[in-house]
Design a protein around this ligand. Structure first.
Ligand code: FAD
Length: 555
């Protein structure tokens, strides 16, 4: 493990031009091998040849990286092209929506879908989760009642119980009867008098700081405590990177931008039902002076909020929205120990939108405030039009995404974020801005900006798929759908031990890497991206501590 540990850590630092050059040579060689066999028919092809089919994945965010892990595990030659320096460095994920309780407005069935997807992806990326509950509070100024949420929580509890019945390893959120807990005003007053515990180990202990710091005059009761955990982007990036490094069939090109995609063998291109069986992908590596090309048998567009750019190249018409959103990093030295995530509900886009205080180790806190002065932006939601599938964000936000935030507006919004939270957690006023944010453009397929569950669109006749997840947890389902599509197209045989391993969550990288390996790579990535190394850690890893042992609240 020690050898692996240092090797992987150093790969994390320099996962760029040198390795890409090697990959580029690989491509040339494989290109020759490929052209020698390309006249063979699929029917005559051996299993080995089938597994040499190439898939090009454009974009190495959560979707591209997760789809690549899934396909490389099946033995497909998988090429990922990511223009940034490392994988999964786009819009953040901070909260595993294992029940989608942040969103009162979405249907119950979407919440159940999110629960299932979250448990599934958690088992692919177990080292990315920080096990701590989330406290949901309805403020007195809000029209809703906490009781309104209870029917949904019961549906979620039943769905979780059913998932455990299907596979006992799905019990990753603790006992189903503890999936959510209610705390009355009296219980909170009693807990506020207890001494805070630096490292909580029961639900009551997690709720003590909430009872002490939350302004109990401003919220309705009961408070709801749910087993929705933290999700760490740096650890997700590290996990995906290490997983892909372990597959000989995975070729990851970072610092590489897709310039063009062209059908190679389009039959009846002028016809709406035309067929494409091969795509040429033109890409530019930062370390090379000239663009290069590769032919692939299947194309996956996983370009995040820029999927429309590739749709336009491919020639498909799509309606979608893109939303620019930002959360802010702060440091609060007065928390007195670990605290849960705190959500105060509100009406999205109004000055009283939801406030979300997300804890990280080392006293760091990420803040979302769903008002236009904090996380949302007056002109931050844009839609595609007839001329292009790519919605156009105002240049200012594209500049933030490409070059980083400008200092003054970042400072102003971060300070407003602190004050937003301090309205409900008064002592949070002593928190300080740290001059960084987690933010980006989020794609929303269709025209409903409240949509939270979406995964992939498939275009069988042109061998093209577009990943269009709104939440990062939907990406493994997207990968499954692509595997089914590749099977239908005869590009892969999914009746294999490798494919069955996915459903058993028998992922190769988990056998070779432990939490310490992820720590090391994640810290390098965090610092490289300008964040404190402590933000790459978790207080309670899912493997070290399941909430199974937590006792329910005392009546
Ligand atoms: C503020 C905020 C908070 C969020 N919080 C959560 C959360 O708590 N939980 C959750 O599940 N989800 C959350 N999300 C949503 C989550 O971030 C997205 O669902 C997820 O990141 C989308 O992943 P993706 O791979 O589809 O896109 P991206 O992460 O955007 O990846 C697309 C990649 O494609 C690359 N790319 C684009 N064009 C090209 C090109 N021409 N050539 C090469 N590469 C290219 C980009 O560089 C990028 O890395 C949040 C989003 C935001 C904005």
């Amino acid at each position: 493990m020690t050898d692996n540990f240092s090797k992987n850590a150093s790969q994390a630092i320099l996962h760029d031009a040198e390795s890409q050059n090697t990959d580029a040579q690989d491509i040339d060689l494989k290109e020759i091998e490929f052209s020698e066999t390309k006249l063979d028919t699929v029917a005559a092809a051996t299993k080995d040849e089938l597994s040499k089919k190439r898939v090009g994945i454009l974009g190495g965010g959560t979707a591209g990286a997760t789809i690549a892990i899934r396909l490389a595990a099946l033995g497909l030659e998988t090429y990922v092209f990511e223009k940034k320096k490392s994988l999964i460095d786009g819009p953040p994920m901070c909260h595993l929506h294992a029940g989608g309780n942040l969103y009162r407005e979405i249907p119950d069935e979407d919440c159940v879908a999110l629960l299932k997807q979250c448990i599934d992806i958690l088992r692919l990326y177990p080292y990315t989760i920080d096990v701590r509950p989330t406290v949901f509070a309805v403020p007195t100024r809000d029209e809703g009642l906490p009781e309104d949420l209870l029917p949904r929580l019961d549906i979620l509890t039943d769905a979780y119980r059913e998932l455990i019945a299907q596979d006992s390893n799905n019990k990753v959120l603790g006992e189903p009867e503890n999936y959510y807990q209610l705390y009355s005003h009296e219980q909170l007053i009693a807990l506020s008098e207890r001494e805070q515990v630096a490292i909580p180990s029961t639900i009551d202990e997690w709720v003590i700081p909430v009872a002490k710091y939350l302004d109990l005059n401003k919220v309705k009761f009961p408070l709801i405590v749910v087993q929705e955990y933290g999700w760490n982007i740096f650890r997700l990036a590290a996990s995906a990177q290490l997983a892909l490094e372990g597959y000989e069939h995975a070729h990851v090109f970072t610092n590489t931008e897709i310039k063009q995609v062209m059908p190679v063998d389009c039959e009846n291109c002028t016809n709406a039902d035309h067929h494409v069986t091969k795509w040429r992908v033109d890409y530019q590596q930062a370390s090379r002076s000239q663009p290069e090309s590769i032919e692939v048998d299947y194309l996956v567009n996983a370009c995040g909020f820029r999927t429309g750019v590739i749709d336009d190249m491919v020639g498909v018409k799509v309606e979608r929205m893109v939303e620019f959103k930002s959360s802010y990093i702060t440091h609060w030295g007065d928390a007195g120990g670990q605290i849960p995530e705190i959500i105060v509900y509100g009406s999205r886009g109004t000055p009283e939108g939801m406030a979300q205080l997300t804890p990280y180790p080392g006293g760091y806190f990420q803040i979302h405030g769903m008002s236009k002065a904090i996380t949302l932006f007056t002109d931050g939601l844009v839609a595609s039009d007839k001329a292009s599938a790519q919605p156009q964000l105002p240049p200012q936000y594209v500049h933030y995404i490409e070059d980083g935030w400008d200092k003054a507006p970042l400072q102003a919004r971060s300070q407003q974020a602190i004050e937003y939270v301090a309205e409900f957690v008064p002592t949070f006023n002593s928190a300080r801005t740290v001059g960084n944010a987690l933010y980006g453009g989020q794609q929303i397929p269709g025209q409903d900006d409240t949509l939270r569950v979406a995964d992939v669109s498939l275009y069988s006749n042109i061998r093209y798929a577009r990943a269009e997840n709104v939440k990062a947890s939907s990406t493994l389902i997207a990968a499954d759908q692509i595997v089914n599509e590749l099977t239908t197209l005869g590009l892969i045989d999914n009746d294999t031990a490798e494919n069955r391993s996915r459903y058993a969550h028998d992922w190769a990288y988990l056998a070779n890497n432990d939490s310490l390996t992820i720590d090391k790579v994640a810290r390098v990535l965090a610092e490289d991206r300008g964040f404190p190394a402590a933000m790459a850690d978790v207080n309670h890893s899912i493997r070290a501590m399941a909430l199974e042992n937590l006792t329910p609240a005392q009546p």
